[in-house]
Each structure stands twice: as structure tokens, then as C-alpha cells.
Design a protein around this ligand. Sequence first.
Ligand SMILES: [Zn+2]
Length: 412
Amino acid sequence: MNSLAKRLGITLVLLLMMFGVGHWFKQPAVLTEDALTVAPLLNPVIEVRLMSLSGSKPIPVQIAGRWKILDGSKPGHPLLHPGSGGFEGSLFIDSTGPQLGPYRTNSEHIIVETEAEEALWLDTFLYPGKLHIRTVREKTGRVSRLDLSLEMPLEDYVMGVVCGEMSSMQAGVHDALCAQAIAARTYALQKRGSKRGLRDDTFDQVFLGLDYRTTQAEAAIEATRGLVLQWEQALVPAFFHASCGGGTANAMEAGFSKKDLAPLSGTLEPACRTPRGIWEREVSAEKLDGLARRYRIGEWLQGISTIERDASGRLLEVRLLGDEEHEDLAGERLRAALSLPSMQLIEVEVQPDGSAIFRGHGFGHGIGMCQTGAVRMSRGGSTFQDILQHYYPGAELVPLTSELRYLLPPLQ
Ligand SMILES: [Zn+2]
């Protein structure tokens, strides 16, 4: 019997709406802005992970003006000071470690520092800050990869995120860009102390180089310099996503937080659910049956049923039905496994070849600020304070001054 016949034997049940209502009553928002503060604003250093380099494929590197290579374990001690002529060449893996053009070292951590502020190009991107190159070895001592990251002041990083996460050259989006800058600044600081670090892609926040700066993004950074979101004497994990598809999610219910956080409790947003916004994704029979094998519930996936949806329709928990057993898992895990845009699913259509077409609303995990909604609010005349109050209810907007140093998690 082929997978189609097996799968058609059981209906895919994805339209059971099981609404929970408890957390949809928002707490009153307490947004305050202490503009009269006299303590200096902090602009701490942020490190963002770029790509990892493995194998023999080199990365083009260009440096303008004076530069040097420092030993990461002894900052302040240059390993090399090549002079003022700049550099143009490639970074690649040598048998002993990293090799930058003719320069090689067996140091496990080196830092490339430029004298001028905007002088480092990596694989066509112009980047701010210092480049860290860390060597990762196999047990045998052989180099397996080089991990690259950039260290820069927080506000430079926020600029790269605002340009990477939002289209800034549209009319009427200034307050959405301001809200994005504050969310990005808060999220980055909150992640600053984590062992995993901060990635430069959608896993954390998309960070683009300096070439993508716009005057609109610069205006948003300037208008919000140093402002962060706090709740109960701590930084808010200020998640955001492209489109909520009808409502944002409760972070604890969706598995993004161990405790219930009022600013991430979720809110309904029917304007983000439009017929024009419905997406469609085809998932192969092979991939669907692969799920059954991965979770050891049989050879075939016969159906997916809903266990729990939130008030906006997002699947929080689903049951995978294999030909032998079943497995319950969080909606977000199914989304990741099948590379679906969101878990605001509306239907699944099984095809004659055993594949299935998934249809739904929204893009992203649905936690925190909805960028589509933020742009809509901004164009409708809302201020960035209104936008943040809507998506992070109860959060306080505070300037990150030396008096609020307690907000900064210690570096690992
Ligand atoms: Zn939305």
C-alpha cells in the first residue's frame, strides 16, 4: 500500500478550533520615558556571529588604511602590525589555523582591528567594528572550521538590524522603525550574556553591513538612542516577527519562555489575516514520512491532528499519527521540521502522490512585535510608544544609563 492510501485512510484534522481565552486580557501598559535623565547613556559592546568558514573555500577580505592583528587571549598585544597600506586578499583555513593573505598564525583566537571606523569588507559587505576569528578543532587537533564574528558598539549594531529587518525607504514608517530599533536593542542586550551568542540571520536578528544604511534608519536610531524595554527590573526578551497572521502568540504557551511574561502575553490582530496574505507550501511525501521515522512512530505519517490552538488560531500543539504510534509536539517544532512560514494553518490538502499542500496565514513565530502590524500602526498615525505598548503590554520604556547598569547581563 502506498503512502497516499494509508494517509487518505485518516483525515487530516486541522480545523478543530480550540480557543483559549485566559491570557488575552491585557494588563494596563506602563510606558514611561524619563527624558530628564542626567546619567550618561550606555553604548556597550555587542558581538554578533557571522558565518563559519570550513573547507577550502576562501572569503574575500579588504581593509582600508592602517590595521593590525591582535591575539584574542591577550588583547592589546599585536601579533602583527602590517603598516598603513591596507589589505586585499582572502581568509582561508591553513593546516595550522587561519591564514589571511600571506599571514598565518596558530593562535586559537585572533582579532583584526582597523584604525578607521568604516574600513573592513568581508565577502562584499562593509562592516563596522573588529573582526574576531576563532579556530575550532577536531579531537585530533585538525582545524574543522573558523568562526567569524564582529564586535562593535550597540548602536552601530542596531543600525545594521533596522536596515536588515525592515524596509526603511517607505512613506510613513518612521515610528515603526523606531519601535524596531528599540526591540532590536533590547533583544540584543538580553542575549548579550548568552553562551550561544547572537546570530546575524533570522535565527536572531538579520544584521546587514554599513552599505545598507538609510537616512530614515539613522533618524530612527537617533530618535531612540539608548532606549530599551524593561519589565520587573529586567530586559524584556523583545522577540519580533514578520507577520502574526491574525494575532501574536503567548510566549510561554508557544514554548519561548519558561515563565509567563505580561509583555509577551499575545494580542489579537484581525487586520493581519487577509485572503491576499494566505501562503501555500507543498511538503513531499518523503518528508512527511520522514517525520514518522524521526519520532519512531512508524514508517508512514498518516495524519496530523490539532491538540491545541491559541485564540488567534495558531497551532500550539499537534499530534503526529504514525502507522504504529503517535507523538505530540509543539507547533513550532513542526513548523521548523517542515519549514512552514507559520503555524497559523488553515488547511492541509493531501495530493495523489502522497505529498500535502499546507495553507496558512502569517510569517514567523508570532511572539512579540508583528512588523506588518507595526508598519500599519505607524502609517495610521501611532507613535512608537503606542506600537510598543500594543505589542509589549506592561513594558517600561527606559534609557539605558549607568544608573540602570543592572539591566546588563554579565558577559560570558
Ligand atoms: Zn500582525
